[in-house]
Design a protein around this ligand. Structure first.
Ligand code: B12
Length: 340
C-alpha cells in the first residue's frame, strides 16, 4: 500500500488544510458546542462565530480550566477574545493550539518551552508521531476507526496479535496505534468517539488474546490495577497479556479499586506482586504520594511494579517500588520471574 498524499507531513500541518482523511471520506469539521456558558450569547465581536467559554474550551481539549488560566497568565496564551462584559471567549484556533500544546506537554516538553513556539515549530515538535502514520498497516487501522469498521478492526488486530509475539504486537502495533490517537486528536482528525471506539476494540482484542493463553492460576500471580481516579486501563490489559504469555497468572482488578479492597485481595490471594499502570493524567507529585502510601500498607514481600507514561515525569525512584519504563522492561522482568 502506498502512502497517501493527504497524510500530514511533519512540520506542515497548516490549520487550513482540507480535512480529508486517507480513506477519501471527508471528516466532519470540529463541532463546537453552541451557546455560551454563563448565559451570555456566544458571539464574536463580529457576531457571526460560535465562541466557547473557558469551561467549554476545557471540555473540547481535555485541559483543565485552571491550567488554561495559568498558561494565559504565564505565557499570554491562549489569548482569549474578550466580550464587552469582560468574559473570556475562545474560537477554533484556540482549540487547535491548546490540543497541540497539551500533546507536547504530555510528551514531557515544558509548557514554558512550548508556549514560545510558532505554529510551525509546534507542528515540528510533535511531528515524530505523525511519522507513525506513514506505516501503511497502522494507517489502515486508523482508517477502520474513522469508518466505524470495528468488526474489521477487531479481526485485523486479533490476527496480528496471533501472528507475532506479544511484546512485538504491543510495542510495534498497539502502543503506536494508541499514541497516534493523540496526534490525530491534536490536529482534529479524531474525536472522543473515535478514541472510545479504539479503546473498546483494543480491550476486546487484548482480553481475547490473553484468554487464549491464560494459564491456570499458578503460585505466581500478579494483580493488576490503576491508581484511584485514573481511568486509563489499556496499559493494564497490555501488561496482563504479557504476563499470560510468560505463564504468569494475571488477575485484572480493573480501575478505581478502593485501597481496602486491594489489600483484602492481597491478603486472600498472596500474589507475587501488584502491577500498576499509570497514565500521564497522574502528575509526578500525586504519583509519588500515592505510591509511597501504597507501599506503606502493602506487605513488604509483595512486589509493587509500576509502569506507564506518568513515570517519565519522576525525577528519582521511589523506595520499594519497581519502576519499569516500557513493556520491554516488563517482558524481561516477567521472563526472569517465570524461570526463577
Ligand atoms: C485512550 C485514552 C483515553 C481513554 C481511556 C480508555 C481506557 N479504557 O483506557 C478515555 C477516552 C476513557 C480517556 C479519558 C480521559 N483522558 Co485520556 N487518553 C487516552 C490516550 C489516547 C491513550 C492512553 C493509553 O491507554 N495509553 C497506552 C499506554 C500503554 O501508553 P503509555 O501510557 O504511553 O505507556 C507506555 C509505557 O509507559 C508503558 N506502560 C504502560 N502501562 C504500563 C504498565 C507497566 C507495568 C509497564 C512496565 C509499562 C507500561 O507502555 C507504553 C509504551 O511504552 C492518551 C494519549 C497518550 N498519548 O497517551 C490520552 C491521555 C492520557 N488522556 C488525557 C486526558 C486529559 C483524559 C481525560 C481527562 C479527558 C476528559 N476531558 O475527560 C479523561 C480522564 C479520565 C480519567 N479520570 O482517567 C490526557 C492526559 C494529559 C494530562 N497530563 O492531563 C492524554 C495524555 C491526552 C492528551 N494529550 O491530552 N482517555
Amino acid at each position: 500500500m502506498t502512502t497517501r498524499s493527504t497524510k500530514p507531513k511533519p512540520g506542515s500541518v497548516p490549520k487550513s488544510r482540507p480535512n480529508v482523511p486517507k480513506t477519501g471520506r471527508p471528516i466532519p469539521p470540529l463541532v463546537l458546542p453552541s451557546g455560551g456558558g454563563l448565559g451570555i450569547p456566544a458571539e464574536s465581536p463580529e457576531g457571526d462565530q460560535i465562541l466557547l467559554s473557558i469551561g467549554e474550551l476545557s471540555e473540547a481539549t481535555g485541559v483543565p480550566s485552571e491550567t488554561i488560566r495559568i498558561w494565559e497568565r504565564r505565557y499570554g496564551k491562549p489569548e482569549p477574545i474578550r466580550l464587552a462584559s469582560g468574559h473570556r471567549r475562545y474560537d477554533e484556533s484556540h482549540v487547535h493550539w491548546l490540543r497541540r500544546m497539551a500533546e507536547a506537554v504530555s510528551r514531557d516538553y515544558r509548557p514554558s518551552q512550548v508556549a514560545r513556539l510558532s505554529d510551525a515549530e509546534l507542528d515540528r515538535l510533535i511531528a515524530p508521531l505523525a511519522d507513525i502514520l506513514r506505516d501503511p498497516e497502522l494507517a489502515a487501522l486508523l482508517a477502520m476507526i474513522l469508518e466505524y469498521r470495528d468488526v474489521d478492526l477487531r479481526a485485523t488486530l486479533l490476527d496480528m496479535g496471533r501472528r507475532v509475539p506479544a511484546l512485538t504486537f504491543l510495542r510495534d502495533r498497539v502502543v503506536p496505534l494508541v499514541r497516534s490517537v493523540s496526534c490525530w486528536w491534536a490536529d482534529h482528525r479524531f474525536a472522543v468517539r473515535h478514541e472510545h471506539l479504539l479503546s473498546e476494540c483494543l480491550q476486546d482484542v487484548l482480553r481475547a488474546l490473553r484468554i487464549e493463553t491464560q494459564p491456570a492460576i499458578t503460585e505466581r500471580r500478579l494483580l493488576l490495577t490503576t491508581l484511584p481516579g485514573d481511568q486509563h486501563d489499556l496499559g493494564l490489559h497490555m501488561a496482563a497479556l504479557l504476563a499470560a504469555r510468560h505463564r504468569i497468572a494475571a488477575t485484572l482488578l480493573g480501575r478505581d479499586l478502593p485501597e481496602t479492597e486491594l489489600l483484602t485481595t492481597i491478603a486472600e490471594t498472596k500474589p507475587y506482586g501488584v502491577c500498576i499502570s499509570v497514565s500521564n493524567l497522574v502528575g509526578a507529585s500525586q504519583l509519588v504520594r500515592d505510591l509511597a502510601e501504597l507501599r506503606a500498607v502493602v506487605p513488604p514481600q509483595v512486589a509493587l511494579i509500576v509502569g506507564g507514561a506518568s513515570l517519565r515525569s519522576l525525577k528519582r525512584s521511589i523506595p520499594g517500588i519497581t519502576h519499569l519504563a516500557t513493556f520491554v522492561d516488563l517482558d524481561h522482568h516477567l521472563a526472569a520471574l517465570a524461570t526463577d
